[in-house]
Design a binder for this molecule. Sequence first.
Ligand code: HEC
Ligand code: HEC
Length: 274
Amino acid sequence: MNRALPYATPLVPAFVVIGFFVWFANWIPQTRWEPPKVQAISAALTPTELAEVGRTIVRQRGCLACHTIEPGAGVKGGGRGPNLAGVAARRAQGVKGGPGNLVDYLAQALYEPGAYLVEGYADIMPPSMAAPASLGYEEAVAVIAYLQSLGKTPTVKVGDVPRPAAGARSAQPAGVATSDPAAMFAALACNGCHSLKAGETLVGPALDAAGIKQAAAERGMGPEAFLMESIVDPKAYERKGFPSGVMPQDYGTRMNAMQLAALVRHLAAQGGQR
Ligand code: HEC
Ligand code: HEC
């Protein structure tokens, strides 16, 4: 009677399987960020309006790759950096031996993250005026207003916050030694986002020799060429399942060719493997 049925029946399990993958693909959390948008921030915005803009910036510029904002989770939270919920309350008086008020402390935390290290954390936060966040001054003020709102009431307007020192734009590490690529890995803050241990995901994928080899093969390149491309032009090929646009784009300008070659050789040759 129904001639199509005998042919269609074997397809049913196939549809179930396809359906499962469609569901699964949609279920995977979407971790990609929007490309940074330049925010037009007027001096007329009230502190509360600025805080709202700052909230968006913090979400778009990769801060949440390291920070959580989870009320009640304590300073430690579950991220690579401190939990920012309540940061304004706990830093109301600034920090001992550093800025003595909240706004100056937050400005320092963004402009020069290494100047004061929160206890228990390493110096891995990139300066916010440099890549990947690349905040402009007005954007930094908006972020500070937002951080103030986490535990206090925002008070700042554009102009109330000191501007970053001219040099604060780039995170140029002073004199990275070519002879010691392992030190470069730390001086360039690669270690804040990449582990060298197989399978250990920080913000980005682990950079063990076998992992690099596999990723390079997927890209259809040799390990050294792949490393070179990934470091100098991270946008050329982005691994799925990792936050997009978070790896700084300016490493090509922060190393000379000899330093880059030394770092690439070192990463490709870890543990004597190639
Ligand atoms: C690669 C990881 C990383 C990224 C990206 C990052 N941070 Fe951080 N941040 C840290 C770590 C680790 C610390 C603690 C060490 C220190 O004080 O520098 C920290 C400290 C801070 C502090 C001080 C917190 C306190 O309890 O005193 C603030 C505020 C802050 N970050 C804001 C930001 C903002 C805003 C952004 C985005 C523009 C950002 N961070 C991006 C890792 C990161
Ligand atoms: C703020 C975080 C951050 C920093 C700092 C950072 N990276 Fe990355 N890196 C990432 C993320 C996220 C990815 C995955 C997305 C992509 O491919 O861009 C990545 C990808 C890579 C890849 C490709 C790996 C693969 O398996 O596909 C290499 C190689 C790499 N990074 C090397 C480095 C080196 C070397 C440094 C230091 C000079 C560095 N990264 C600094 C976040 C970072």
